[in-house]
Design a binder for this molecule. Sequence first.
Ligand SMILES: NC(=O)c1ccc[n+]([C@@H]2O[C@H](COP(=O)([O-])OP(=O)(O)OC[C@H]3O[C@@H](n4cnc5c(N)ncnc54)[C@H](O)[C@@H]3O)[C@@H](O)[C@H]2O)c1
Length: 408
Amino acid sequence: MSLFASMRAPRTIVFGSGQRNAVPGYARPLGQKALIVTDARMGASADLAAMVDGLKAAGLTVAVFDQTLPEVPLECIAQCVAFGRAFGPDLLIGLGGGSCLDMAKVAAVLLRHGGSPRDYFGEFKVPGPVLPLIAVPTTAGTGSEATPVAVVADSERLLKVGIASPHIIPLVAICDPELTLSAPSGLTAIAGADALTHAIEALTAGPRVVDAGSSLDHVFLGKNALSDGHAREAIGHLARGLRRSVDNGQDLAARESVMYGALLAGLAFGTAGTAAAHAIQYPVGALTKTAHGAGVACLMPYAMSFNLSHATQSMAEVAVAMGVAEAGDDARGNGERAIVAVETLFAGIGIPADLKALGLREDQLDWTAEQSLGAARLVKNNPRPLDLSAMQAIVRAAFAGDRTRLAH
Ligand SMILES: NC(=O)c1ccc[n+]([C@@H]2O[C@H](COP(=O)([O-])OP(=O)(O)OC[C@H]3O[C@@H](n4cnc5c(N)ncnc54)[C@H](O)[C@@H]3O)[C@@H](O)[C@H]2O)c1
């Protein structure tokens, strides 16, 4: 296969403990009126107060919207945008988990282009640049600080829905691992597992046939050289740090590894895209009301088992990146080691082992499989072709907790 590479990323990424204090310095040249989009937890924190003080000291006028709800319901977006319109910002700062960052992305679209979020569902619907956005994550997971997508919940639709456009990639991403020290172990596990699935699905995605129109016609481009590099490195950092950061939330070195891994995973899947585990999580999340990260992580070993025959080499690379195999050994054996390593890591941090444990019912399996096929951009990214019977096989195996039936 010929070499193809593409990368869409923030203009500036700054990573490191204490870097949250650089936010005012990045804000100053971008605007004069900053709207900070966050949630109630962060709204009451000393970190937010310090950021507001720093921005004011840098000469900016600041307003704070601190009512973001997890999963970003449309009603909450309307509230944020109305608050924003009344203030009239020329700069947005998203501060919080993936929900706050996604809220800030959507607000940056609506405050610049007007309309409703529904006008922008899908790919390439955002007509041009949005308000400048600085993203400051407080979870190590979604990678939203670096991605061209925002995921929201529309009460008129059962499944969550995305706005995908290179215009919504934050201009500046400032990742400070100290902001994750307060995350409880359950959140740390789910967010970190989400990041590992991003990196694995990006590295093992199917390569596409590309032409000069590919990067213009698709937000997510499939496996390519740049996303592969970021994904491999992400997997290494996450494999080294995730268990440690769950076991001891005050282990700053582990927190650094996981947050850096999550950022790299965001860079990888933000260009390459994700695949089967993400496609199936959409209906599973809608039915079980479980966190995105818990669902994708639960599904990952099953999706990997299904895909092993068609992504043997890249699955073997997962094992090498996780430090459980030597490059050059039998690829199929290394791919198997990757699956066992992912399964073991996730079991150790409390990820449910199967869809039954996640709360899905047996009579919901067929609907889950049918709905999974609706996520076309994820389905086409999967290395092994997915049709209804394939989805049914994965969903049934993941419900039964038996991935061996997917191996062939
Ligand atoms: N845009 C993307 O690229 C992308 C990728 C994957 C997932 N997502 C979306 O992101 C959302 C999930 O984001 P998330 O996993 O970061 O969780 P979240 O943002 O929904 O936050 C979950 C909870 O954790 C709390 N929290 C956040 N940081 C904390 C900290 N440091 N200490 C203590 N509590 C903290 C929040 O207040 C909230 O109550 C979902 O809506 C998902 O669909 C987006």
